[in-house]
Design a protein. Sequence first.
Length: 223
Amino acid sequence: MASNELRLQQPPPPKDAADQNFDYMFKLLIIGNSSVGKTSFLFRYADDSFTSAFISTVGIDFKVKTVFRNDKRIKLQIWDTAGQERYRTITTAYYRGAMGFLLMYDITNQESFNAVQDWATQIKQYSWDNAQVILIGNKCDMEDDRLIPTEDGQRIAEDLGFQFFEASAKDNINVKQVFECLVDVICDKMNESMEADLNVAPNHRNQGLKDSPPSINKSNCAC
Ligand code: GTP
Ligand code: MG
């Protein structure tokens, strides 16, 4: 759980959160070692752009993207965290309330893969118990430089109970699919939660859709 200190550091909601023209709002976080491609992944998804220049993220940044899934208008508030260790206290303050995480490593970088377990521990420590996680092996366009076999990524994802994708922000491989998978899993769990809520308190079954995370018990992605 977050300490009191971390609670004090919890940031105010971004300005766009005032826009109520959506059915649901999901807060998502992208985490992982520095240079694995978190910012590039978000830019590819939100703006369909890519640059080979590396400008390491300072602290944290976010983008908002609205998607239509399952007949619902879903606003995604996607937080891009700095991978550098020195920003860890700041970035973990943002874990609270996140409904989904994209945990990223670089398939050409052994250290980034070795750190996956530690990142998973951070999620467990600082986020909602039921937050959904997708493990992403990024830079799969760099096959010649690959150090992490696909099977190793699959294995650790399975051990940790996460969904798994290999992707490329550069070549736009599996970027949209990763976000859609995460949204679908969160929607599924939210529906389960609403059904349970319906049985308990019918008058309040829609409460919390826009400002509380769902009760998510286990991963069930169909992708
Ligand atoms: P921090 O902000 O320091 O945590 O790093 P980051 O994870 O946000 O990395 P960033 O997105 O800035 O990308 C780091 C470098 O990797 C940049 O030079 C990108 O152009 C490059 N890169 C990102 N994604 C890909 C990819 O899919 N393929 C290839 N070949 N390069 C990529
Ligand atoms: Mg970055």
